[in-house]
Structure formats: C-alpha cells, structure tokens
Design a protein around this ligand. Structure first.
Ligand code: NAD
Length: 484
C-alpha cells in the first residue's frame, strides 16, 4: 500500500513543512502507513497566529450560526463514518465496528451535544448590596491548545474540541505522532461544514518537540491535555510559567470490585471487557480486579477460561482484541509482564500470542496475574495494555481501602446485588466515575472531574463548557451607595 504523505492544517491551508518527516506505522502489520511533518517552532507560531485571527471571527459569529456549523460537523462525520473508521483501523489497529461506534456514538454525538449548547451560554444578574446591579458575562477563553493521546484521535480529541468551538474559542490541536491521521482528515471536514479559516488548526510532530513548545507558547490562553500523568505534570509545570490555564485528563489504574453477592456471569463478562476492550488501551480500563475472598478461586478460574477464548487479530479479522499501538508500547507492556512474574501468579497470557500470523504486528496476549500485592509495580502503575492484576478482599472496608490505595482516581466499578453496598461504595471510592453492575458507560451527558493524579478540571456534559469560558462580573451603580 502506498504511504500517505500528510500535511499540517494551518489557517485554512495545508502545510507540508520544510523539515524532516516522521513515519506513522500500521500496528497490525508493522508496515509504514503515512508520513507527517515534524512541526517546528515556526509552524506552531504560525498556527497560533492563525488561531488568533480565527478567534476574532468566531467569537463574533452569531451563536446560532456556531450551532449550525457544529451540527454540520456531526452530520458530515456520520456521512463519512466508514472512511474515518477505516483510517482509524489502519492507524490504531482497531476493528471497523469500534471505529463506526466511535464516529457515530462518540464523535458525532459530542458535536451534536455541544452544538445545542452554543446558543444557550448565559450569565446571571444579581441585585447586590449598596445599590449596585451586577451581572456576569461569559466569554470565550481565546486561543485554546489541545494535546491528544494516540488511543483515539477523535474519540478523545472531540471531548475538548467540541465544547471549545461551541463556546466561541479557536483551536490548535496536536495529535499524537503515532495516531494523527483522522485528526488531519477532520480538518477537511471542518472546512466543508463552514468553519471559518483559522478557527481550527492541526500541527503535527513529536511530543518532545512541538508538544513541549505548546506548553511554553505565550500565545495560548488555555491548554487541554489528555495523556499520561508524567507528561501532564510536565505540561502543567511549563504552562504555569506563563500563567496559562490547564485542564488535565491523565492516567488511571481503576479498581473493579466484585462482591460475593454479585451476578457472577455479568461480573465476569464485565471484568473481561474492562481490561481487554481496545487491548487495555483505555484510560478508564479496569486494570485492578478486586474479588471477595469467598468467591475468588471460582471467579479467577472462570475468568481465565473467558480470557483464553478471546480472539486476536488485525482490523479486518473481526477479532475481539487487536494490536497495541507501537513496538515501543509492546516492549513496555512486556517489561511490566516480566516484573509481574516476579511478584504474582501468572494465570494466563504473558507475552506475544502463539499464532504465527500475529508475530509481525504489535500483539500482546490477554494476560492475567493473580494474588498481586497491592504495593507492587503491576498493581500501582498504569500499564495501558491487556494486563490485569487480580487480588482479593475480606469485607467492604478492606475492598474500599484497597480500591483507594492508588495515586490515580479516574474510574471504578462495583458489582453487587445489594443497593446499600453499591451506593456506600460509590461514596467511598475516590474516582471520577463509578460504574455499578456494568463497566464503561457512554453517558456523555454527565459531567465529572478526575481525582488525585488522574487530572483536574471538568469534562463531558453541561459543566464542561465552563472550562472553555471566562466569567466576568460587571457591577453598575444604580443609586446613592448605602455602604458606609
Ligand atoms: P502521552 O502522555 O505519552 O502523550 C499524550 C500526548 O502528549 C501526545 O500527543 C504526545 O505526543 C504528547 N506529548 C508527549 N510528550 C510530550 C511533551 N514532553 N510535551 C508535550 N506533549 C507531549 O500519552 P499516550 O501514550 O499518547 O496515551 C496514553 C496515556 O493517555 C495513558 O496514560 C492514558 O491513561 C492517557 N489517557 C487519558 C485519558 C483520560 O481521559 N483521562 C484518555 C485517553 C488517554
């Protein structure tokens, strides 16, 4: 297959850049798929300047028109869903079904949701003491920078891009150099939908190159970062030097708690989905399974049977699990597996699948470790691959103590038939999301904010829009002041 030579999208035009190019690889075959420019400081300057010009137009655009443009983006994504899903399949190794779900039920859905909010942004009025009338103005923040991870360019990117545009901001995005393709294609679609030039820009390049420059660029009014906790912390430190606002969606090591009274079959399927969906490359993956001691042995035996039945393949194979994104990520996961073997019992998987067809791409077998000490590396660090750490607990208090014994706080799940246990656990767990008797939810209508090292700021739903608006208070003297 001929490789695609892709360009950055700046100020309504495609820029190939004069510098070196980076390879984008198909993870299912390890073959080159595309090349992208390794963007420079000058490219970023140009994108930020173009976003500043775009902002002047977009923030003055009638909110009703912003609504219409965002709805058109949603419509176009749905109309071109197959093409986008195919490209994500090539770039991420995921199946067509996952890609189609992403385009229809995540990306288009988010644009529809925030399209509906663009013309409903409002302030409040107050009669304040001392004969003043006061009111608030909500205004776009300005030029917003968005740094996106590889596990879903548009799946993750739309979470901040849609509300940013709805609120009247302009956008500069840096997708991961490993997965930039659908974000660049998305720029095409924005033009077709009528977004004025400069409002949406995409720069490409290495995280340690143009990514680092993002965090220190004085032209951004806010930076929205989704990625690992290590890189997020670095960006917060650098952005603080310019007093630039940051919103962070970072890593996780989410506990999935199964009480003895749970519906065991449902909990087993949930535990498999929680860790092996998208080959474990989901920030909210249920990577720590805590099972009540009295059912632990039976649960783990049945879990292993289910894990062994998982089919593995590339995007065309209609398999349940696909490759991980890169050779480097595979090596990192295998390293964690070796560390796990020293402290816990490997009950299935533990390396590259045996199938000869899976030797070239970046495939890792579904792997489960049992009796994992909670202070071990594989119980504490985010592996971001198909590796599950299982341990047991005695009672409710022990379950909560183990669940919260992590620096992360992104997601969690509780499986029980007892409503009181479920709701008490939901209150006690320190995490942004609690799934009860299921794992994963598509509730984009519900806002949440991460706990602990998993980030800061609101995402999804109605409250997320405030992360993209400044609020100003205006007070008008309407009579003789009654203040002493
Ligand atoms: P990463 O932190 O390595 O990279 C994320 C983005 O930051 C990429 O675009 C990358 O190029 C860029 N980057 C890397 N180094 C940089 C630097 N020094 N300066 C500026 N930018 C830099 O993460 P990843 O490996 O792409 O993605 C996996 C991580 O993302 C996991 O930790 C996962 O939990 C997290 N994630 C979190 C969420 C969430 O909603 N909380 C969603 C998806 C992924």
């Amino acid at each position: 297959m001929k490789t695609m030579d892709l360009a950055m999208y700046i100020g309504g035009e495609w820029h190939h850049g004069g510098g070196p190019r980076l390879d984008v690889v198909n993870p299912a075959t390890a073959e080159p798929l595309a090349t992208i420019p390794d963007g420079t400081a000058a490219d970023l300057d140009s994108a930020v300047a173009s976003a500043r010009r775009g902002l002047a137009v977009w923030r003055e655009t009638h909110p009703r028109v912003r609504t219409q443009v965002l709805f058109r983006i949603a419509e176009t994504i749905k109309a071109r869903a197959e093409e986008f899903a195919h490209l994500d399949g090539l770039n991420l190794g995921e199946s067509m079904g996952t890609g189609m779900w992403t385009m229809h039920d995540v990306v288009a859905r988010r644009f529809e949701y925030y399209a509906g909010m663009a013309d409903k942004i409002r302030g409040d009025s107050f009669v304040t003491p001392g004969r003043f009338l006061s009111y608030t103005l909500r205004e776009p923040i300005g030029v917003t920078g968005h740094i996106v991870p590889w596990n879903g360019p548009l799946w993750i990117g739309s979470r901040t891009i849609a509300p940013a545009l709805a609120a009247g901001n302009s956008v500069v995005v840096k997708p991961s150099s490993e997965a930039p393709i659908t974000m660049l294609k998305f720029a095409e679609l924005c033009v077709d939908a009528g977004l004025p030039p400069g409002v949406f820009n995409v720069v490409t390049g290495r995280g340690s190159g143009i990514g680092d420059l993002f965090a220190t660029h004085p032209g951004f009014d806010a930076i929205y970062f989704t990625g690992s906790t290590v890189v997020g912390r670095r960006i917060m430190e650098m952005a603080a030097r310019n007093n630039v606002k940051t919103v962070m969606e970072l890593g996780g090591k989410s506990p999935n708690i199964v009480f003895a009274d749970a519906d065991m079959e449902a909990a087993l399927d949930g535990a498999i989905l929680a860790i092996f969906a998208n080959s474990g490359q989901i920030c909210v993956a249920g990577s720590r399974l805590l099972v009540q001691e009295s059912i632990h042995d039976e649960f783990v035996a049945r879990l292993v049977e289910k894990a062994k039945a998982i089919t593995i393949g590339g995007p065309e194979d209609n398999a349940m699990m696909n490759p991980v994104i890169s050779a480097a990520q595979k090596a990192r996961i295998l390293d964690y597996i070796e560390q796990g073997k020293k402290v816990a019992r490997l009950v299935t998987g533990g390396g590259t699948p045996a199938d000869p067809k899976l030797q070239k791409g970046f495939f890792v077998a579904p792997t489960i470790f049992d009796r994992v000490p909670n202070d071990s590396v594989i119980a504490q660090e985010e592996i971001f691959g198909p590796v599950l750490s299982v341990s047991s607990f005695r009672d409710f208090d022990d379950a909560i103590a183990k669940a919260n014994d992590t620096r992360y706080g992104l997601a969690s799940a509780v499986w029980t038939e007892n409503a009181k246990t479920a709701h008490l656990a939901a209150q006690a767990i320190q995490a942004a999301q609690v799934f009860i008797n299921h794992y994963y939810t598509a509730a984009f209508e519900v806002s949440r904010s991460p706990y602990k090292a998993s980030g800061s700021g609101m995402s999804e739903g109605p409250d997320a829009i405030y992360e993209f608006l400044n609020q100003k208070s205006v007070s008008v003297k309407i009579g003789e002041s009654t203040w002493g």
